[in-house]
Design a protein around this ligand. Structure first.
Ligand code: NCD
Length: 309
């Protein structure tokens, strides 16, 4: 694996390798000293040009648990806010000798561009509406933990599909795992291209819930909405939100996922967010191990015979 930019670049075997590696790395978090020397001497740069809490911290912890050095670089407070071009930022990082770059950007395509400028691995931590591969991998890993073999299982993805890079990556990853996918969303929050995605589209959430093994709720991305996509938050919650009544419609072993940050009371009610079958905090924990696996698979070979040794 050279870069991790889009789930489209993975085949089923690579996906299985990432998920199995995640499983092997998970116990490191249980140790008293939560680190392994695997990436000692390597430098990972976290280039975050768009707001993020959990993904940034998760990549930071993941690299540190493998003993890499981490440089955190955000748009605010750096030369990017002085108008430095993306290319110059990239070349500056390369000149400083970083071994991998994790990039989050509001612009779809920024990680691909970065990969063209750099000859070190680039990991996409979310670009515009395009992709968020590690989020999808941690979602599928969490589903695999709860549901076992995912072939033939059924996932519903509910909400703001239009603005969601999580949805785009997750649908591809779930399908690669053999899952069936149904999208439930207001028609205004579905992209026109959805017809070519190989998924079922439904409008009635109550009718879909009894059929599925997992539901991923998407955050209503208000910051990306510059006009009204639905009448009011109350009406959105009534039609597309998961509340305690709807939770009862799910199969007994079905689980509820959310990538965070949540809008409690909009796409998910507060009691559902705190319910036993909501695995949202497990997703966060698993996210660190998934990112460790990705860093490991892309970088581990580089420490051997390296000039730093
Ligand atoms: C997601 C993101 O930023 O794409 N969050 C995350 O990475 N945990 C989803 C979102 O912001 O809605």
């Amino acid at each position: 694996m050279r870069h991790l930019i889009s789930i489209e670049d993975l085949d089923r075997e690579m996906l299985t390798t990432i998920l199995d590696t995640t499983q092997q790395l998970l116990p490191i978090a249980e140790r008293r000293i939560k680190s392994a020397p695997t990436l000692r001497g390597l430098v990972v740069c976290n280039l975050f040009l768009e707001d993020s809490t959990r993904t940034r911290i998760s990549f930071d912890i993941a690299a540190k648990r493998l003993s890499a050095e981490v440089i955190n670089f955000s748009g605010k407070g750096s030369s990017v806010s002085k108008g430095e071009s993306f290319k110059d930022t990239a070349l500056t990082l390369a000149a400083m000798g970083v071994d991998a770059v994790v990039v989050r950007s509001g612009s779809s395509g920024a990680p691909v561009q970065l990969a063209n400028y750099l000859d070190v691995p680039v990991l996409n931590a979310g670009d515009g509406w395009h992709q968020h591969p590690t989020q999808a991998l941690l979602d599928v890993f969490t589903m695999r933990q709860h549901l076992g073999q995912l072939d033939g299982r059924h996932l519903a993805v509910v909400g703001d599909v239009l603005h969601s890079r999580v949805a785009r990556s997750l649908i591809q990853t779930a399908k690669l795992s053999g899952m069936e996918v149904t999208l439930v969303a207001p028609p205004t929050l579905l992209p026109a291209s959805v017809e070519n995605w190989g998924v079922r589209v439904a409008r009635d959430l109550d009718a879909v819930l009894p059929e599925v093994d997992a539901v991923e709720l998407l955050r209503v991305q208000r910051e990306r909405m510059h006009r009204a996509f639905f009448p009011t938050t109350r009406e959105y919650a009534a039609e597309w939100g998961l509340d305690a009544r709807r939770l009862e419609l799910l199969k007994p072993d079905a689980i509820v996922l959310h990538p965070g940050p949540m809008n409690r009371g909009v796409e998910i009610s507060a009691d559902v967010a705190d319910a036993d079958r909501a695995v949202i905090t497990e997703q966060v924990t698993n996210g660190i191990a998934v990112r460790m696996a990705c860093l490991y698979l892309m970088l581990a070979g580089r420490t051997e015979g390296d000039h730093r040794e």
